[in-house]
Design a protein around this ligand. Sequence first.
Ligand code: BTN
Length: 243
Amino acid sequence: QSIVYRETIDSTNSLAQQLALGGAPEGTLVIADEQTSGRGRRGRQWFSPPHSGIWMSLILRPELPLAHAAQITLVAAVALNQALSRATGVQAGIKWPNDILFNGKKCCGILTEMHAEFDQIHHLVVGIGINVNVAQDEFPAELEGIATSLQAIRGERIPRAQVVRTVLEEFEPLYRQYVLNGGFGTLRDAWKANNITLGRHIVAHTARGDIEGLALDIDEFGVLLLEKADGEREKIYSADITV
Ligand code: BTN
């Protein structure tokens, strides 16, 4: 598998998209030391200074219906959380669907982008951002209270290569299961074992407005089930969550 490294790039997801459209094989990894326009979910920017993080994107070509594409993000979140624990001892947790939080602050994010042909996946780009060696006071003011880094958590600098390797090692078997079993279903228990959302009272900020309730469960598609104060249950397909 090839690794494409750039010292500086606008966004590893953008380059991975170009390479994927040009026929780059499954498993191609695009990784950069710095991103000048790192992208987050919902059109947000992703702070990606040089020497400080892991900014990388993986090209995947699962032969699955498009309906399963979004679930890859939950698979990647499990791999990331397990990798952090194994490589650095940091015991973080997944906030549905795929943010990795430690003490309520985010240290990793995942941005999946996809291309489809009719209703089949053509390729996926799974973009992973891990704040590694960013001191807490180096975050921009608007992030300081909501973001953290592995260095800030552990109190020492963390070599990045070992973390990259461990993320890929954790991801590969989970990805194989996802492809072989046709989706997220069999990984649901692994996701639950790594999550910090279920059993809590949360607010889901959805396109239909805010929905408040107890996070009960996720289904085999990764959809979140909420129980509202009036006892009514609601499925959340896409939202930002406040825990
Ligand atoms: C989020 O909003 O939580 C997702 C953040 C994803 C950031 C990563 S860094 C590598 C890849 N390239 C990008 O431009 N974004 C993703």
